[in-house]
Design a protein around this ligand. Structure first.
Ligand code: SAM
Length: 490
């Protein structure tokens, strides 16, 4: 028996034995297998084909994830400039499954309710391709900061990052979203191989109390979904009460929600009806077991709200205007009262900087001046879908563009990362393996030759083989370091 099994709680092992029957020995043996390591390509910035051509370490496709790759244990992908350029996210392979099974398309309104540190939100944001809205929430303010950082690294331009109790969002956004991800807080049984501490901290009572939290969260999630919209519920636990149990509770309490089939993979196991209310529909859920495929443990359920559900579009309009009345203003005034509209001088300073660097598009879409907002010294690029953020506790609304100083505008690091290859004309191009990239990302200024730069002075974007990394200022053949201290060592 593997050493690690001895550390697993007995009550957990007894439950797994009765759940798995003849598969139990194989399940136990899987704890002696090494854990797997994965990364997911940011397809809003680079295609998988191009990634495969430039990645400087060995990768192997994850068969059930279109943009996912395994990498070897001894590789440190976070030290590669492609990581600092936001071209991939490091994520345990089975944890990539939920976002890959929620069919998000550009232009939609998408909510990730328990989003930190961003494993799913970065994938959902990439799928939107800068068009539509991603509301990424986490009730923990400190974890929400990490979420914001990862969304910025990924160059997501259209996110509203909040740290609110889900009940408050539910009151504010009834029947509003096309797609919702609820990657619920759970007992983490599927991660015991990866994180010992989770196993030490586990108890049946904790799992039961988390099941109560999940029941509350999933009803709120269903109520925020538009008729016809889809909800992906996921956990990284095997606990029946937190998996099929929570889904059974939802189906009993929201009759307009039905289970949908999840695009399959040979390693997936069906949901287990006896773990919930016995309804055979629960087989449409997916369970991921480490002895059946190359990943840790997960549970997924995909649900659709009936088009003729409790809320019609008319009811939604009524509720939105009621929310507006509650906060003291009619919703028709929202556009006119759009806060942060820049004055002419601020807009001119931003434009001047954009012209100097030759920025005509951000995140794959032409720059739209009407999306620029200024609050104090800071300028932002708002999502293309207007959202009323009054009374919402948010960390970021849109993309932070930079700072207005006296008579000039300084671009931000998130703006550098939101630019795709080819979206800036003033660039410094170093090859991926060039030592000077690491020096620059440590905060040093670097010498560059005329052949490596498209301009000889002023603001320029440092790139690794054309992929944007950070802004700097060219003076006499030196790229002066403008990489913010807070970004060094990410
Ligand atoms: N989706 C994330 C990802 O892929 O990176 C992981 C989310 S983690 C499984 C669950 C998250 O739920 C935690 O970040 C935690 O702070 C948050 N959480 C815990 N209780 C919550 C609650 N009552 N409401 C909203 N979020 C909650």
């Amino acid at each position: 028996m593997a050493e690690k099994q001895l550390l697993l709680p007995e009550a957990f092992l007894a439950r797994m034995q009765s759940l798995l029957g003849g598969d139990y020995p194989a399940f136990l043996n899987s704890y002696s297998n090494p854990r797997t390591y994965g990364l997911r390509v940011n397809t809003a910035k680079i295609s998988c084909e191009e990634f495969e051509q430039i990645v400087p370490f060995s990768v192997k496709r994850i068969p059930w994830i279109p943009d996912g790759y395994f990498y070897p244990e001894d590789v440190r992908p976070s030290r590669c400039p492609l990581y600092q350029a936001g071209l991939y996210y490091l994520q345990e392979p089975s944890a990539m499954t939920p976002a890959s099974r929620l069919p998000v398309v550009p232009g939609q309104k998408v909510l990730d309710l328990c989003a930190a540190p961003g494993g799913k939100a970065t994938a959902l944001g990439a799928a939107l391709m800068g068009d539509g809205l991603l509301l990424a929430n986490d009730v923990s303010a400190s974890r929400a900061k990490a979420l914001l950082r990862n969304l910025e690294l990924f160059g997501i331009t259209n996110a509203l990052v909040t740290s609110e109790p889900v009940s408050k969002l539910a009151e504010r956004f009834p029947a509003y979203f096309d797609k919702i991800m609820l990657d619920a807080p759970c007992s983490g049984e599927g991660m015991f191989r990866k994180e010992d501490a989770l196993a030490q901290d586990w108890s049946p009572e904790k799992s039961d109390s988390l099941a109560q939290v999940q029941r509350e969260l999933i009803l709120h999630a269903a109520d925020m979904l538009k008729p016809g919209g889809m909800l992906l519920y996921s956990t990284c636990t095997f606990a029946p009460a937190e998996d099929e149990g929570t889904i059974s509770y939802l189906l009993a309490n929201r009759p307009d929600m039905t289970l949908s089939k999840i695009p399959g993979y040979e390693g997936f196991a069906d949901g287990i009806p006896s773990c919930g209310n016995g309804d055979p529909e629960l087989t449409k859920c997916v369970r991921i077991f480490p002895h059946r495929m190359n990943g840790e443990g997960h549970f997924l359920a995909l649900l659709t709200k009936q088009p003729d559900g409790a809320f019609s579009e008319g009811a939604q309009d009524f509720r939105e205007s009621a929310a507006g009345r509650r906060s003291g203003k009619a919703s028709k005034n929202k556009a006119a009262a759009q806060p942060g509209r820049p004055d002419k001088q601020s807009l001119a300073l931003i434009r001047t900087l954009f012209d100097e660097i030759g920025i005509t598009a951000i995140g794959g879409r032409a720059v739209d001046d009407t999306r620029i907002a200024v609050f104090g010294e800071k300028a932002y690029y708002l999502p293309s879908v207007p959202v009323d953020t009054r009374e919402i506790n948010f960390l970021r609304h849109g993309l932070y563009l930079g700072d207005l100083k006296k008579n000039r505008f300084e671009p931000s690091q998130p703006l550098a990362l939101a630019l795709r290859k080819g979206e800036a004309a003033a660039i410094v191009t170093l090859s991926l393996g060039d030592e000077r990239i690491a020096q620059y990302l440590r905060g040093e200024s670097i010498s560059v030759t005329p052949g490596e730069t498209s301009v000889q002075s002023g603001w320029a974007l440092l790139t690794a083989d054309g992929h944007p990394l950070a802004f700097g200022k060219l003076v006499n053949g030196v790229l002066k370091n403008k990489y913010p201290a807070g970004w060094r060592g990410i």
